[in-house]
Ligand binder design. Structure first.
Ligand code: ADP
Length: 469
């Protein structure tokens, strides 16, 4: 059953029950009041008439008239129940068993009870035993029919039932209209909600009355939709980045594989007879394999970094890491480029993942050596500044054009080959991405400054304490 009907029925039942109980109480109270009024009147008149009879007087016409006011009849009987006198409005009596007057005569006490003197309704009769000295009167009765009270009660009941029905109907109608109006936005919300799909989360539910419960609920759902939309957008972006990454990676792996296959074919077809060609082919295959190994390692490093950013943090001297990485770079420079370590004023002690920061330093130094012509100079420094530890690698190399600077940290981004002296100089364009990933995992960043033709400076920033995620 729809909510509006349930509300309406519940309202009708509760209101109906309350009104019915009230009506019943009112009916019983009115009935009691009306009936006891009749009984009191009859008793008063019976006592008054008994007093008159007891004093030996007859019921004079004016006295009789006074006593019978308000539809009350008075009957005087002797010891056998024979009527000696009665008011003019006395109704023709019917034979009933054990009448009230006989009970009064038997007990010698005034007795009240019902008697069926009137044709339709019962009467209330009050009988008082008397014993006047010079009369045979022995009992005086006064009575009154319940008819008027019953009629009043009937009218009252009709009005009461009508009023209860009208109130219930009005309240049911009002409750239905109110429930329908209050719940009307639900259909609109349901309609819109049906149109919201995974591919289109941009729709929002209509907020009809922002301040009522439904309005608050809809606004909350809208906020939830907003968060879902943002989450889906982020996921979509990450997915497309991953797709591009996978495509680029396959492309990069295909190049050395093609060369390896080419050299292997050459060796198979005619290289074996010519030792010189054979050696050349084998050297080329080894070089390409080495390139592939490097590439696969870089890809693995990136993939691991994407999946898990946990670090093995330990306090250590950043300078020691710089010295170590400089040593590796110096060996790679083979004396053609000077690789120097410029020590800081005081040691830079910070908490970091030694292996990973060393890897980042090696990448920066490796690039500096790669992109610096013979005779140039590469300097590595460590320092501290406003809550950050820094590792800076500067070179006197070919530099990076301004428009390319923001791109160098992108995966697979490589400089225009024309700028680098030979194609073999460049890697796969993953080194700086890995360095940035390492910096970010530490809660830090990496920045590049460069002037084409003059040199570049890459700075790695590590916060003193990694912010808790
Ligand atoms: P790669 O393996 O090609 O060096 P990286 O991600 O390390 O990839 O670097 C991306 C590009 O940034 C390089 O192709 C190069 O053009 C440029 N680059 C990086 N370091 C330097 C540097 N010290 N001097 C000039 N260019 C640089």
């Amino acid at each position: 059953m729809p909510i509006r009907w349930r509300l309406t029925v519940f309202n009708a039942l509760v209101l109906g029950a309350v009104l019915l109980a009230l009506g019943l109480a009112l009916f019983l109270l009115s009935r009691g009041a009306l009936f006891s009024g009749i009984e009191e009147d009859a008793r008063d008149r019976a006592l008054a008439a008994a007093e008159t009879v007891e004093s030996g007087e007859d019921l004079a016409p004016d006295e009789a008239e006074r006593l019978s006011l308000g539809g009350i009849f008075v009957v005087i009987r002797d010891g056998q129940g024979q009527i000696l006198d009665q008011t003019v409005n006395s109704v023709p009596r019917q034979e009933i068993q054990d009448p009230v007057w006989s009970q009064a005569l038997e007990t010698g006490q005034p007795v009240g009870g019902t008697a069926s003197y009137s044709p339709s309704e019962p009467d209330y009769v009050y009988a008082v035993p008397v014993n006047p000295p010079e009369s045979s009167a022995r009992v005086v009765e006064a009575g009154r029919s319940y008819e008027s009270a019953t009629e009043t009660l009937e009218t009252f009941t009709v009005i009461l039932v009508g009023a209860i029905l009208a109130a219930v109907l009005l309240s049911v109608g009002g409750a239905y209209l109110l429930a329908r109006a209050a719940l009307s936005p639900v259909s609109a919300v349901a309609r819109t909600a049906r149109r919201i799909t995974e591919s289109d989360l941009s729709k929002r539910l209509p907020v009809v009355r922002p301040k009522d419960e439904l309005g608050l609920l809809t606004a909350t759902i809208n906020k939830l939709l907003g968060r879902l939309e943002a989450a889906f957008a982020r996921q979509e972006k990450a997915l497309s980045q991953q797709r591009r990454f996978a495509a680029d990676a396959s492309h990069e792996l295909r190049t050395p594989l093609t060369s390896i296959t080419g050299y292997a074919r050459m060796l198979r077809d005619w290289g074996l007879e010519d030792p010189k060609t054979a050696r050349e082919g084998i050297v080329a295959i080894l070089e390409e394999s080495e390139r592939m190994r490097g590439l696969v390692e870089s890809l693995l490093t990136l993939a691991r970094g994407d999946a898990d950013t946990s670090l093995e943090l330990a306090p250590g001297d950043l300078g020691a890491v710089a010295v170590d990485a400089a040593k590796t770079a110096r060996a790679a420079a083979d004396g053609k480029i000077a690789v120097e370590y410029s020590p800081p004023g005081k040691p830079v002690e910070v908490s970091f993942d030694q292996a990973r920061i060393r890897q980042a330093a090696v990448i920066l130094l490796d690039n500096a050596v790669k992109y610096t012509p013979e005779g140039g100079k590469v300097v590595v420094r460590v320092g501290q500044e406003n809550g950050w530890a820094t590792l800076e690698v500067s070179d006197t190399g070919i530099g990076i054009p301004e428009d390319e600077l923001p791109l160098v940290f992108k995966r697979f981004h490589r400089a225009d080959q024309a700028r680098t002296q030979s194609a073999s100089q460049g890697g796969a364009g993953l080194g700086l991405s890995i360095a940035r990933q390492i910096a970010e995992a530490h809660g830090g960043r990496i920045e590049a400054k460069s002037k084409p033709g003059e040199g570049s400076t890459f700075t790695l920033w590590i916060p003193w304490s990694k912010p808790t995620p």
